[in-house]
Write a protein that binds this ligand. Structure first.
Ligand SMILES: [Zn+2]
Ligand SMILES: [Zn+2]
Length: 198
């Protein structure tokens, strides 16, 4: 009995839009204005709760992992809400937009569902795909808005980038010092600029 309930729920979840008379037109990415379209990359969805690719937001990701966009004269709007309103309809007052695919940078309206806050909290997808649901990077730096950099729909930790950059610069400085004392001297760096052979 429990199992059949679960199956039934899952069938409904497969595409919340198919149950919505306002969205029988089955929106695609091409229904979006070009300004939004070119900020999205389709990626295979790891969730079995939904069908179709994730529409992964690229250009700006908030510290909490959602896509951000300046839209309609307003800065830093949640990209998935903007897409939802354009392709599905207005988000009812008191409702939040839940990611059925658990991939926060995803803006595919088929993977989104407007639910009450209580329902959203109840679901709280803790097992996420992608890094959308993590609060900290692998080294434990927090994904705040200031410390987060968007790259291909993933969040990158700025503190880690700075660490890598510093280590790289130090390595490079050591190599350059070494070359000055090398019998071949700066010859290594003349020519076609290909250092890989040395
Ligand atoms: Zn998705
Ligand atoms: Zn980090």
């Amino acid at each position: 009995m429990k199992r059949s309930n679960r199956l039934q729920n899952r069938a409904i979840k497969l595409c919340p839009l198919s149950n919505n008379p306002a969205t029988q037109h089955n929106p695609t990415i091409h229904d979006l204005p070009e300004y939004l379209q070119k900020r999205i990359v389709l990626e295979a969805c790891e969730s079995k709760q939904v069908s179709g690719n994730c529409w992964v937001w690229q250009t700006s990701i908030s510290g909490s992992g959602y896509g951000r966009v300046d839209w309609n004269g307003r800065r830093y709007r949640m990209a998935h809400k903007v897409v939802y309103e354009l392709l599905v309809g207005k988000i009812p007052a008191g409702y939040e937009v839940d990611h059925l695919c658990s991939n926060r940078p995803c803006v595919n309206p088929h993977h989104l569902e407007a639910v009450t806050r209580t329902e959203n909290l109840r679901r709280s997808h803790t097992v996420g795909s992608g890094n959308g649901t993590l609060t900290h990077c692998r080294r434990g730096h927090e994904f705040t808005d200031k410390n987060t950099y968007a790259w291909r729909g993933k969040r990158i930790c700025r503190t880690c980038i700075a660490m890598h950059q510093k280590a790289y610069n130090q390595r490079k400085a050591r190599i350059l010092v070494g070359v000055n004392h090398h019998p071949l001297g700066s010859d290594l760096f003349s020519g076609n600029g290909d250092y890989s052979a040395t």
